[in-house]
Design a protein around this ligand. Structure first.
Ligand code: DP6
Length: 323
């Protein structure tokens, strides 16, 4: 095999029960199981060209060459798995607005795992693709599948992978990202979660609580009980953010406007419009609602915060190979 070109698309996902801490930082084994919804609006397309004439690996993102040691280490691992010696050219295009602060590493490493493994001649199952994506970024483990997905944390390379819970979501769920203008993020998810694992006196409780929440959220989905579904998601997110305040040194991703948006959502609930929020390692607020309420929620937010950008997503698909 002298030349092989493979293109793959992966969508990002939003965790409803968060992954926040690793028990193995080298191969990324999480402390707790997590549960997410893959989104249709945000994705990464990655083209990998395996060419025996190449002298080294290269990686470009949105047309710009990047010397990413993480990507190069990842490619070394795929090469080793494949038993081949050749190098690859990786070209990624991110269709995740950079301002959205949505986990682009999830779609990035899921697409890279799929395209690079195939370009190196491997034919991996989706389970093995999720194990491979996990080595790039934890949240990428879940982006192999569409819809609602669980990452079974496990304790070693073989038993830490994602499983689909409901790939074709038969429920009109929406996620609206409210983009909060802020300075560049100061604490990456990688370093933030490790500080919490090492220093928060409440960390053990977080792990137990997150694991216990997964069967409850699954039941709410099967029952199409939006209230319970929203409450479990919102509470899990707030527990993760509360944990950050109990770390040493303590930190927070909340900006004043994040709090104002969350309060506006609480007000909408009091007015009888159901919506819940979640937040990740950045100041943006992600609002979870049913399709029937999406427009009125967006109108209310636009009225209160005319300057913020709102990006709506529906449930998205799992990994796809493109022609
Ligand atoms: C808050 O997957 O970005 O979005 O594994 O270190 O690359 P690394 O971290 P990453 O962390 C995601 C954290 C989160 C919650 C989640 O997606 O589960």
């Amino acid at each position: 095999m002298r030349l092989k070109i493979v293109k793959a698309r992966a969508h990002t996902n939003i965790a409803l029960i968060k992954y926040w801490g690793k028990k193995n930082t080298d191969i990324i084994i999480p402390m707790n199981n997590s549960f997410s919804l893959t989104l249709d609006h945000f994705y990464t397309d990655t083209k990998v060209t395996y060419d025996e004439n190449l002298k080294k690996d290269s990686f470009s993102l949105n047309g710009e060459e990047i010397e990413s040691q993480n990507v190069f280490n990842f490619l070394d691992y795929v090469r080793q798995l494949s038993g081949k010696n050749g190098f690859v050219k990786v070209e990624s295009i991110n269709h995740v607005p950079t301002t959205a602060g949505l986990a682009s590493s999830a779609s990035a490493y899921a697409a890279l795992a799929a395209a690079s493994s195939k370009a190196f001649g491997l034919d991996l199952s989706r389970k093995d693709l999720s194990r491979l994506a996990r080595r790039g970024s934890g949240s990428a483990t879940r982006s192999i599948y569409g819809g609602f997905t669980e990452w079974i944390g496990g304790d070693n390379d073989l038993n830490s992978y994602a499983k689909p819970f409901q790939e074709n979501v038969e429920w009109d769920i929406r996620m609206i990202a409210a983009v909060v203008n802020s300075k560049p993020k100061k604490i990456t998810s990688r370093s933030g979660m490790q500080t919490v694992v090492n220093t928060s006196p409440f960390y053990g409780e977080w792990v137990k609580n997150a694991n216990n929440s997964i069967p409850l959220i699954k039941k709410a989905i099967l029952d199409k009980n939006f209230t319970t579904f929203g409450e479990i998601s919102e509470e899990n997110a707030m527990k993760m953010h509360a944990l950050n305040l109990t770390a040493h040194p303590h930190f927070s991703y909340f900006e004043p406007q994040s709090i104002e948006i969350m309060q506006a959502i609480e007000q909408l609930r009091q007015d009888g419009i159901e919506a819940y929020y979640t937040m990740d390692a950045g100041p943006n607020v992600k609002i979870i609602c049913e399709g029937k309420n999406s427009e009125v929620i967006q109108k209310a937010l636009k009225l209160k915060f005319p300057e913020i950008e709102l990006l709506e997503s529906k449930p998205g698909k799992g990994i796809q190979f493109l022609d």
